[in-house]
Design a protein around this ligand. Structure first.
Ligand SMILES: NC(=O)c1ccc[n+]([C@@H]2O[C@H](COP(=O)([O-])OP(=O)(O)OC[C@H]3O[C@@H](n4cnc5c(N)ncnc54)[C@H](O)[C@@H]3O)[C@@H](O)[C@H]2O)c1
Length: 326
């Protein structure tokens, strides 16, 4: 079986490629960047999936497609690129695949198709109305519709996975990490909020900045600590492989992620203890981040069982940080 993996140089995709190669499968990677994987069963197309010539080069020969690549940005200035990569790119890829006899198409969607921070109910399950609040979430909703249209018109069974927020454990205590830096560290958070133009948040954060590197416990304007799911990449890979091979996954949509959400009121003091950094508690304007997503469906139907609790991830993050600092 030959598997086409888009996003093959990314956090999730590169790990999936390695697992498939280890299992003896032939893999084509398709990404803007090289995955840097040298293996006789690995072919690579470097280019954009919104570039039809590149898509036409990548798709032929595939028995299965895992569409894991996407552009992630929440900056207004990046919106053209966002829709081009995630919507137009998905359309072009699906059109190029329309003539193939694929046994499965798996699409990496996102929990951002839901209105995660203003949900109709908690925990958010797959039946929750899709009402994205970010342009990124909207591109994923449009991607889902393109995938279901392709499924209806081509007969290829598709599985949509609505990904939890995903991190490599060693990113959690790294202030340079794209996600964990601004989420947990004060100065990267100031830079992020400046780039979003959130002047009130910037002012509050700057008041707390006394110079040295510090962690930040984010709460909303009413003092409610943030809560969200953060899932280890390794657990996401297990879910993707189940969606690829499990007969029962055909035509289904699943939330994929850790079982328990991360409560920042518990996690941040632990991070401060592990790093020796000071912890600033900041009440940011607005409703803040607060959600819980149910993974009950994928656990019940596919036997998914995530193994990397946030505590385990943090232990690994602390070791990685110690290695970086020494
Ligand atoms: N990491 C998360 O928290 C998270 C949460 C929800 C959903 N997702 C989704 O999961 C998938 C994997 O995420 P990740 O964390 O591995 O992201 P990542 O950024 O590490 O990897 C995405 C890859 O896609 C590639 N890419 C971007 N635009 C492209 C284009 N036009 N053509 C070809 N390749 C392109 C990038 O070069 C990158 O290697 C993505 O679809 C993402 O939207 C991720």
């Amino acid at each position: 079986m030959s598997v086409l993996v888009t996003g093959s140089a990314g956090r999730v995709g590169s790990r999936v490629v390695r697992r498939l190669l280890d299992a003896g499968r032939a893999v084509t990677g398709f990404d803007l960047r090289s995955a840097g994987i040298a293996h006789p069963a690995f072919r690579e197309v470097v280019g954009g999936f919104d570039d039809r010539a590149k898509a036409a080069e990548a798709v032929p020969g595939a028995d299965v497609i895992l569409h894991l690549g996407a552009f992630m940005s929440w900056l207004p200035a990046a919106r053209d690129k966002l829709f081009s990569a995630n919507v137009e790119g998905t359309r072009v890829l699906l059109e190029e695949a329309a003539g193939l006899k694929l046994s499965r198409f798996v699409f990496a969607s996102s929990g951002e198709v839901y209105p995660e921070n203003v949900p109709d109910y908690l925990p958010v399950d797959e039946a929750h109305p899709r009402k994205p609040r970010s342009s990124y979430g909207l591109t994923k909703l449009l991607g889902e519709e393109l995938v279901r249209f392709f499924e209806r018109t081509s007969g290829t069974p598709a599985t949509i996975l609505r990904f939890s927020h995903t991190q490599d454990a060693n990113e959690l205590l790294d202030p340079t990490s794209f996600f964990s830096g601004p989420r947990f560290f004060l100065q990267p958070k100031i830079r992020q909020q400046e780039s979003f133009g959130n002047a009130a948040a910037v002012a509050l954060l700057k008041q707390a900045d006394d110079g040295p590197e510090a962690l930040v416990l984010s709460r909303n304007e009413a003092g409610r600590p943030f809560r969200m799911h953060i899932t280890d990449t390794r657990d996401m890979v297990e879910g993707i492989l189940l969606a690829l091979d499990h007969q029962g996954a055909a035509g289904q949509t699943y939330n994929l992620g850790a079982t328990a959400p991360v409560d920042f009121a518990e996690a941040l003091p632990r991070m401060a203890q592990l790093t020796g950094l000071s912890l600033k508690t900041i009440d940011l304007p607005g409703a803040g981040v607060f959600y819980e997503t149910s993974n009950a469906k994928i656990r019940a139907e596919l036997g998914y069982e995530p193994r990397w609790t946030f505590d385990r991830m943090m232990d690994e993050a602390a070791q990685a940080r110690a290695t970086r600092v020494s």
